[in-house]
Write a protein of this length. Structure first.
Length: 259
């Protein structure tokens, strides 16, 4: 057995001790067809909860730089540690390099699909359609830094293109499910889906689907017993990285530019 897999199982066991078993609660029970589940991020909590407790067979979108031990150092510094908000820089750069060694094996063994922020995005879509054709769901954390409510940020729309590509391959209209993740109540709340309509132009559907998912993630969060929502980005991120709140591509260019 590979050392990296043993390490993955060890860390998964530690996380299991820290996260209570989360109940999967559906407003509408999905059928056997694969679907796309779009979630709030809730910092690290969302991905961990879906990895540990989402019951359906799935693959998860993950930023490509987190899967590369070289690129992951800069990603960890800016996107995990919010390095511009911390001093001394040399210390936090060192911590980032340690995280960069730890991340790839954890993510690789978690059935991830790399998400690229350049022309290689075609690889992401090809792997995603392949996963769907094999009967796997897709789990996507699509929040942008643009703030919407205490429960969810606005969603990026690019992932919705999967629907047209999958329809071309399968002649089936995929459904998008909104998902709200909350650790305190140990629940994965899954709302009613919205299906892609192959009769309508994709350009018209992107904002409709994205707003539906965002609004229903917000609704699912508000419907839970009182809890303190964990935002996608911590408030201190906006103090030092605020220029990127409405410039997601610029943010990823900065990270991949190794600043």
């Amino acid at each position: 057995m590979k050392a990296s897999y043993i390490y993955y199982k060890f860390i998964r066991g530690i996380l299991r001790l820290c996260f209570p078993h989360a109940e999967n609660v559906y407003e509408e029970t999905p059928g056997d067809e694969p679907a796309v589940f779009v979630c709030n991020h809730s910092a690290i909590r969302g991905p961990v909860m879906m990895t540990l407790d989402f019951k359906r067979k799935h693959q998860t979108w993950t930023v490509s730089c987190a899967l590369d031990s070289k690129e992951a150092a800069n990603y960890a510094y800016h996107d995990i540690l919010f390095g511009k908000t911390r001093k001394p820089e040399r210390f936090w750069r060192m911590i980032s390099r340690i995280i960069a060694k730890m991340l790839p094996p954890l993510l690789i063994y978690s059935d991830t699909i790399p998400v690229y922020h350049d022309k290689n995005i075609i690889k992401t879509f090809k792997q995603s359609v392949k996963a769907l054709m094999e009967g796997n769901d897709l789990v996507i954390f699509a929040e942008s830094p643009r703030r919407y409510s205490e429960f969810v940020c606005d969603l990026q729309e690019g992932f919705i293109d999967i629907a047209r590509l999958y329809y071309r391959k399968s002649k089936k209209a995929i459904k998008f499910y909104p998902v709200y993740l909350e650790k305190k109540n140990a629940v994965i709340s899954i709302g009613k889906p919205l299906a892609y309509d192959p009769e309508l132009p994709l350009d018209e559907q992107r904002p409709i689907i994205a707003e539906y998912l965002r609004d229903n993630i917000d609704r699912l969060g508000r419907a839970l017993p009182p809890h303190k929502p964990v935002p996608f980005m911590a408030e201190r991120w906006y103090a030092k990285y605020g220029e990127y709140e409405n410039d997601v591509q610029g943010y990823w260019a900065m990270i991949q530019g190794k600043e």
